[in-house]
Design a binder for this molecule. Structure first.
Ligand SMILES: NC(=O)c1ccc[n+]([C@@H]2O[C@H](COP(=O)([O-])OP(=O)(O)OC[C@H]3O[C@@H](n4cnc5c(N)ncnc54)[C@H](OP(=O)(O)O)[C@@H]3O)[C@@H](O)[C@H]2O)c1
Length: 279
């Protein structure tokens, strides 16, 4: 019988959604998982589920937290086989009303956070894989979540630069799922509500239809989006693969967005405007 090879994997944002399910599945398959969390209760809950899971406190927007997490993992292993940059948030709303500070928060987590974690953990990554959980939003064609789109595109560009520049034997892989049924959409709706609370009623009325569609979309994603296991299955395949591709779309909508983003911008914008006019 072929013996299963145990891999050592660090995943950020393992308290919920894709990160949590991936950590649990990998641990079940016998891998050693370092699960990035921010709360004691999340650490306790995950560690109770499997002795293969070790919770690691990490806020990816905080340098000293990243450094502490690095030393914590370093004390337990001298090598990681896989780093999964999964932690992420969605900042949504009309660009005209979002402050630069609010947009910076989007980049601080999705772009600079993932970058800082990758840089810090490089010394542990030997013959390894770095997987960024990007998104179909990286295609850049979705209005009202443009900070999210831009943060994911920027993160993909930086990841690709690692692939070109890095002297170590590390494979850098971007995974771009379509919408997935996770808490991220409800969190994003709450965040949008908070971020836009000072916008005047007159201004809000300008975008009434779009606000409604955004809310509807968030709630549709709870029922109509991809199941988490579809993403987890793909991640497991990538982790096992000796020769993974550099980029994966997951779900029909992700492939369609990828293709659409290659069409002339004027044409694709006309289509999107038409759709917005018919909300
Ligand atoms: N769901 C989708 O439709 C979808 C589609 C494509 C790509 N993605 C991407 O998939 C990844 C996971 O998202 P999800 O859908 O599973 O969402 P989720 O359930 O909301 O999980 C997000 C995770 O990120 C963590 N996180 C947020 N800010 C953090 C920070 N500053 N430091 C450390 N951890 C932080 C959260 O931790 P706390 O619990 O501590 O806040 C949580 O564990 C994200 O990168 C997202 O952009 C999601």
């Amino acid at each position: 019988m072929k013996e299963k090879i145990q891999q050592k994997i660090f995943i950020t944002g393992a308290s919920s959604g894709i990160g949590r399910e991936t950590a649990i599945r990998l641990a079940k398959e016998g891998h050693k998982v370092f699960a990035g969390i921010r709360r004691k209760t999340d650490k306790q809950e995950l560690e109770k589920l499997s002795e293969n899971i070790t919770g690691v406190y990490i806020d990816i927007t905080n340098d000293s937290s990243i450094t502490k997490a690095f030393w914590y993992v370093m004390k337990k292993t001298d090598k990681l086989d896989v780093l999964i940059n999964n932690a992420g948030i969605v900042v949504a709303g009309p660009l005209e009303f979002l402050s630069v500070k609010q947009i910076k928060e989007q980049f601080d987590v999705n772009t600079f956070g993932s970058l800082a974690v990758t840089q810090k953990f490089l010394p542990l990554l030997k013959d390894a894989k770095v997987i960024n959980i990007s998104s179909m939003a990286a295609s850049g064609i979705f209005p009202y979540i443009s900070p999210y789109c831009a943060s994911k595109r920027a993160s993909d560009i930086l990841l690709n630069s690692f692939a070109l520049e890095c002297k170590e034997n590390i494979k850098f892989i971007s995974v771009k799922p379509a919408a997935v049924k996770t808490p991220i959409w409800n969190k994003s709706a709450l965040k949008a509500h908070e971020n836009l609370k000072d916008v005047s009623d007159i201004n809000k009325q300008k975008y009434e239809k779009e606000f409604f569609a955004l809310k509807q979309n968030a709630s549709d994603n709870n029922t109509k989006a991809l199941e988490i296991y579809v993403v987890v299955d793909k991640l497991i395949k990538i982790i096992k693969s000796k020769n993974p591709k550099q980029s994966y779309n997951i779900g029909f909508a992700a492939t369609a967005a990828d293709w659409a983003s290659k069409l002339p911008l004027g044409f694709i914008n006309k289509l999107i405007k038409w759709k917005l006019n018919h909300l």
